[in-house]
Ligand binder design. Structure first.
Ligand code: 5GP
Length: 170
């Protein structure tokens, strides 16, 4: 399936000069959404991960069905202040802005193999912050997976030690 055909590009959102890749048009197409998750699950099934870790909010939308398809658990990473139990936190910057991410301290046992999942890899700031969190919890990192990679932002080059899978590239 041509997944790019299902992704809408919005010019100048959320700021002038940014060509936002809108996955809501992929998500509302049931066949395409399922095909995208199934394709990712097929490509990632041999990684033998214990858990998928996904940053809010679109990391939940892609990460939870992928966890379900692989039969593994899902761990949410949220903006600081949102998770109810004890957390560890890390500061990060993204394509447009800055923030702090958090994960529950007891979400991952040392040595568990995790796959980080989000909708899109841009500068790599979000996945790098998520890596930071899972490393604080002594997870073994199996890699990261995204629906979309913006290759012109070179996020992959900043993460040379990370095994990265992306479904479509711009
Ligand atoms: P990075 O941290 O790699 O620079 O940016 C990736 C994060 O920002 C992801 O969590 C992603 O959801 C969000 N993001 C940045 N640009 C876009 C975009 O064009 N489309 C979508 N859907 N998300 C984006």
């Amino acid at each position: 399936m041509d997944f790019k055909e299902k992704i809408r590009v919005i010019e100048d959102f959320p700021q002038p000069g940014i060509r936002f890749k809108d996955i809501t048009t992929l998500l509302k197409d049931g066949k395409a959404f399922r095909a995208a998750i199934d394709e990712m699950a097929e490509q990632l099934k041999d990684k033998e991960v214990d858990l998928i870790v996904g940053p809010e909010a679109r990391g939940f939308v892609v990460g939870t069905p992928l966890a379900y398809a692989l039969g593994v658990g899902f761990i949410p990473v949220r903006k600081a202040g949102k998770l109810p139990a004890e957390t560890v936190e890390t500061a990060y910057s993204l394509e447009y802005g800055k923030d702090k991410l958090a994960i529950h301290k007891d979400a991952i046992q040392p040595g568990q193999r995790v796959l980080i999942v989000d909708d899109l890899l841009a500068t790599g700031g979000t996945v790098n912050a998520t890596l930071n969190l899972v490393r604080q919890l002594k997870a073994e990192v199996a890699g990261a997976a995204f629906v979309i990679e913006l290759t012109y932002l070179n996020g992959r080059e900043k993460l040379p030690d990370l095994d990265i899978f992306t479904l479509v590239q711009y």
